[in-house]
Design a protein around this ligand. Sequence first.
Ligand code: RAM
Length: 527
Amino acid sequence: MASFCVLDEFEVHKNEEFLRIAEELKPELHEREIRPLSMVKVEKNEDGDTFVTDEKAQDTLKYRVFKKDESVILDFGTHYVGYLTLNLASAGSHQDAPAYIYVRFAERLDELTENTEEYTGWISKGWFQEEYIHVDVLPARLELPRRYAFRYLEIKVLDVSLKFSLVINDISVKAVSAVNDENIQLIKSDDAILRKIDEVSIRTLKNCMQFVFEDGPKRDRRMWLGDFRLQARANYRTFRNMSMVKRCLYLFGGLTFNEGKIPACLFLEPEIEPDDTYLFDYALLFGSVLLDYYRATKDQKTLEDLYPIAIRQIEIGLTYLNEDGIIPDRSGQFWCFVDWGDGLNTQAASLAILIYSMRYGIRLAEYMKDDKTIHWLTEKMEELKRSAVDHFWDGEQKLFVSGEERQVSWATQVWMILARVFDKEKNRELIIHTIEVNPEHSMVSPYMYHHYIDALIRSGERERALEEIKNYWGGMIKDHADTFWELYNPHNKYESPYGSVAINSFCHAWSCTPTYFLRKFYISEFE
Ligand code: RAM
């Protein structure tokens, strides 16, 4: 279980001007009405697994009459985010009791086989997308107030009465997103899996783009800085919705806390508010989001407004260095995220991310023509690269180690490569050696895999990177992903950081980046 780092004091600083800029950029959502395409029948096969067959929905569903304990599972064909309306009526004698129904939404069919009553995980079971509803008077047009993320909808009639049945006349969903994918061209490739990976990445991004870049429309439905950074990258190559990135940058910039720290995430309702969680790595990466945005837009005003905040994150990061010039180990706390994965030691990676963020800081300072900052950041960055090698490089293993127990993990190698502690050729040797050794502490989230792909590409291993994209994100597709998931460990498909895979999010922001890689580094090969 992750332990949250609760701050003793939490003092929010609001920059009203920044928040006003952000508010003006709040998007209108695109709406589309959709209906289920087919019905799903769940059967048990000899192994006890579920076996599914489809039927045409509209013919069978219209005017379908349900008695007590009867149910239906509907398939909307792919993943959507939206609001459900049911048109209900009664058949038989006068309705002499409430119709009592259960509805459950699922992003993947597997979720419907999980019993939510048995869930004992450490995050709220309120995230399960299920409702128990009483309908006192029929006919009724039932508009559910909550927004759901799903492909499948199960409706179960828990009770009616002996004298009447429930009739479902119509089921519709108002699907919402800040963007429209009608004009997005998918990549041209002879490789069907790459085309599919591109399509699924774009759907993932689209369904996470609501009033802000949400991390997951099922859960957590808020904006995490680490996820936002990757979404923005995918967005520049696809929807190119620059105002959404600008809005989110100003929201983070407008809601800092304590010494000027950027919060790890923002809650959106009832009004936008920062979470009292500081994640060392996420805060440092703010500068990288700003730099990407500036390069994509050349928006000087935004750069000037937010540059001091990005540099401030680096200054704060540096205050954590100890006398040896490294970050003390706080792996037991939810303090430097890096990746999910039990027992991952994040000490060395935290230093690498600090170094990485300094390089981005220097680039920002160059655009700002801020020579003083370029100078001190460059000097300090070189010093930290030396302490990274002195403290964490294990010359015998030819790998970086982390923490007192000298843990060897994929994450540490990847971040040291991205920090460019070594030159490109040595980085290439390191990533190849890592692949050969295959450290026990593997990567589990698409967030970490994103950085692995980035490290491969930056070390000149493009072909291998493409293969890894196909293996990893293609693996989710083979497992029927309509949108990419929060967590995918090919070695343990039931892995969850929360205690049950059913509470994982299956449309998750940080997993949408293959489209960014494909379009940025490979698209010329497809055209
Ligand atoms: C989870 C979510 C989110 C991520 C944080 C660190 O709550 O998956 O996307 O950024 O962890």
